[in-house]
Design a protein around this ligand. Sequence first.
Ligand code: SAH
Length: 217
Amino acid sequence: MSYEHQRQAMIIDQLRSRGIKDERVLDAMGRVPRHLFVQQDLQDRAYEDSALPIGEGQTISQPYMVALMTELLELKGDERVLEIGTGSGYQSAVLSLLASEVYSVERIGPLAVKARNVLKGLGYNNVQVIVADGTIGLPEHAPYDGIIVTAGAPGTPSQYMDQLRINGRLVIPVGSRHSQVLYQMIKTHAGTEKNVSTACVFVPLLGKEGWTDPETY
Ligand code: SAH
């Protein structure tokens, strides 16, 4: 089956069948060539229903998780979005088709360089990849309409809500090193509305306001 066919099967069998409804999200994931965001020997597995290794002990998230988190941002097209955890750059590419400006922060330099090159090569020109500790957000470009955290946090880093606009959404997995709960938090005039989505497993968010010891499980 061609990659294009595998991608369309992914949309139907993994995303629509599990309740992803936002047509813009489905369309974007039907267009981004996910196989180009994984290493060559794993390209044949790129459209499988799973996360895959991308080097440096990190992973590209399962397609369903990318779709669900993106849907929870409720993007219309004119937003400025911050992603924490660039990894392969795949989630950034999906966001680039759904928002007007995307900033993505990655703590591991070589992953950021690779993602930047793939994104540039494919023409996703509204994405900027920055090497930094994303647990403090990215104050230079705040406020954001959406913040998406693609690594598991021990709690919600304090600056994320401050860097969101009113009505902005934060999508973040919070929990232990081994399992988390995905939350959608909406910033309102009155405070924060917190919605629980689903149980999930992400690699740890490491840094100042994340997990501080990579060896501690
Ligand atoms: N969104 C990615 C998933 C990457 S996995 C994709 O589509 O491929 C999570 C990534 O978060 C890893 O690359 C990891 O290095 C990164 N990460 C962990 N802690 C971080 C931090 N404090 N700041 C920035 N990136 C971080």
